[in-house]
Write a protein that binds this ligand. Structure first.
Ligand SMILES: [Zn+2]
Length: 355
């Protein structure tokens, strides 16, 4: 085992930044997103399944040796997706796996990397015509648009296609944003600059019909449903353009992981029980057009965060915009993946603990 010291002061700065961005639902939802610091050949990266919002209360940073991880990426070795085998024992958070997006951070040569599921970025990055818009908005920055690939080794390889340019900003198609800099302070400044440039004013949606929603929840006998944690989530149902966007399919990976494939939209005559009967399963959330959304009683906090995220993204997409949704093959890649099953299990454990 190699000797290494913990870069204490910088890690403290990074944890403070992580907690700040982690508490902004426009940047981070649930256990999504991650931050990292490189020092002495070690990558300090957020642990999988942990919340950036908790970065100050608990140690969520795991130290990973960079050289063998990068070696695995460059030889297209699946070991790159099991970064836990490169964890430096005795330092940092114990018993936790590094983020499934560790390779994203390792591939950036800058010391500090911040990856967020910024809703303003996603609202552009799901559009097939976003290239020109991004070029205008990010003019003057060293940025790249990375084609969609499943997080893990495929995304690492997609990012590596741009590495000769050493970009400071990556827009990940159907996924989110990465910014990188030499210090925590510079990374935060760049994040602020980029998210401002990519900002879109959301459409305001009519309020949900709470009385009807409560009645729908009460009428469901076999499967219990409840209101979502955030009222903002209802926009997917109360704004017709948002409902139409949701109906097209899944826009980004964490939606699939925590809410399932696409969105389940009730027909005008259907209550929750009829929806469950029609699709033969109890969905994590149901969209009742013109009324609002219901969450399954046991939906995790991450699922609630993703329900709100969909509303925040969809209200920023103009009606009729050309979108790319995840394909059947891409859904399979996400659902059959051990790393994601681990993250879902942690979300369920956290839900049981807080119940
Ligand atoms: Zn991500």
């Amino acid at each position: 085992m190699r000797e290494a010291a913990s870069p204490r002061a910088e890690l403290a700065d990074l944890r403070a930044l992580s907690a700040r961005i982690g508490s902004d639902p426009l940047l981070i939802q649930g256990a999504g997103g991650n931050t990292s610091l490189k020092a002495d050949g070690i990558l300090w990266i957020k642990a999988s399944g942990t919340w950036l919002a908790n970065a100050l209360e608990r140690d969520i940073m795991v130290p990973v040796e960079i050289a063998p991880l990068l070696g695995a990426v460059s030889s297209v070795d699946p070991a790159a997706e099991r970064a836990e085998q490169f964890v430096v024992a005795g330092l940092g958070a114990s018993g936790l796996r590094p983020s499934i997006e560790t390779t994203v951070h390792a591939l950036m040569t800058q010391r500090v990397v911040v990856h967020v599921h910024c809703v303003n970025t996603i609202a552009l990055a799901v559009r097939t015509d976003c290239g020109a818009e991004l070029a205008t908005r990010l003019d003057g920055l060293n940025w790249a648009l990375v084609r969609y690939a499943r997080p893990g080794l495929p995304l690492a390889l997609a990012i590596a296609e741009h590495s000769s340019k050493r970009p400071d900003v990556l827009v990940l198609a159907n996924h989110g944003l990465v910014v990188a800099a030499e210090t925590v302070e510079a990374a935060e400044a760049l994040l602020t600059d980029v998210t401002r440039r990519l900002a879109t004013e959301p459409r305001s949606a009519p309020p949900a019909d709470m009385e009807k929603l409560r009645a729908l929840a009460a009428a469901s006998k076999n499967v219990a449903f409840r209101l979502p944690e955030s009222d903002a989530a209802h926009a997917v149902a109360t704004d017709p353009a948002c409902t139409e966007i949701a109906a097209r399919g899944s826009l980004y990976p964490d939606h699939v992981i925590f809410l399932g494939e696409g969105s389940v939209i009730a027909l005008p005559v259907e209550d929750a029980q009829a929806v469950v009967a029609r699709i033969g399963a109890a969905p994590v959330s149901i969209v009742f057009p013109g009324i609002g959304i219901l969450m399954r009683e046991d939906a995790t906090a991450s699922a609630d965060a993703m329900a709100r995220c969909l509303a925040d993204v969809a209200t920023r997409i103009p009606p009729g915009a050309p979108l790319r949704v995840l394909t059947a093959e891409e859904h399979l890649q996400l659902n059959d993946w051990d790393a994601e099953k681990y993250r879902q299990e942690l979300a369920r454990k956290a839900a049981r603990k807080s119940a």
